[in-house]
Write a protein that binds this ligand. Structure first.
Ligand SMILES: C[S@@+](CC[C@H](N)C(=O)[O-])C[C@H]1O[C@@H](n2cnc3c(N)ncnc32)[C@H](O)[C@@H]1O
Length: 206
């Protein structure tokens, strides 16, 4: 059954292209993506991967000893992920930003949240709603790693240019401390795509 893309505008194109995206998403590693932030990775604990795609990062975190929740609203990608990475340390959900209703109701608070190549799919209003909910899901002292794409919008996708400075200001005003933000080339070698990789930490007060 195909995902009803119109209910979640930000997943436009993913159900149709899921089969052809698998090899590309799995051709790089979590370490390729997050090398510049690896020294900031918590040792272990509860991790959440939002927009987990084919499960590459969720599986790598499970292999590093995290108990992982992986949220992926595109059913076709989630099916590939569960087939490719059948690790009992990973719990899959079809939660989506900005609501993340199931995760918020579930009560787990995470030591690490990763959001790889997802943020630019949300419009300004969705991003504003999402940020406080993501932060609510972080344990005090928990960290948020994210990558934000800059480059041409692939046909059929919904994507927005993301100014980084307002993101950092909004994160700070919602209680996050910026640990790192730098721009890097594309791990898949696309010359016209760059990524800002950011690490934040939730302040210790609850
Ligand atoms: C470029 S892919 C990245 C997948 C994976 N994180 C990776 O790095 O390989 C973007 C992912 O974001 C997911 N996504 C899009 N809108 C979302 C939303 N509102 N909430 C959560 N995930 C979303 C898509 O279904 C897709 O899996």
């Amino acid at each position: 059954m195909k995902t009803e893309a119109k209910l979640i505008p930000s997943i436009a194109g993913y159900a149709e292209e899921a089969d052809s995206l698998v090899d590309s998403y799995e051709s790089i590693t979590f370490e390729d993506v997050y090398q510049p932030l690896l020294d900031l990775l918590p040792e272990r604990g509860h991790a959440l991967d939002i927009g987990a795609g084919t499960g590459r990062d969720a599986a790598a975190l499970a292999a590093r000893g995290f108990r992982v929740h992986a949220a992926e609203p595109t059913a076709e990608l989630r099916a590939h992920a569960q087939r490719l990475h059948p690790d009992p340390a990973i719990t899959w959900t079809d939660d989506a930003l900005p609501d993340l209703a199931g995760l918020l109701a579930g009560g787990t608070r995470f030591d690490l949240i990763v959001m790889t190549a997802v943020w630019m799919h949300l419009d300004e209003e969705e991003r504003a709603k999402s940020l406080p909910r993501i932060i609510d899901l972080l344990a005090p002292g928990g960290r948020l790693f994210m990558t934000v794409r800059k480059g041409p919008i692939p046909p059929g996708r919904r994507m927005f240019p993301i100014p980084i400075e307002p993101l950092i200001i909004a994160a700070k005003s919602n209680g996050l401390v910026l640990l790192r933000a730098d721009e890097f080339g594309d791990a898949l070698g696309r010359q016209d795509v760059t990524w800002t990789k950011l690490a934040f930490e939730r302040q210790n007060r609850v």
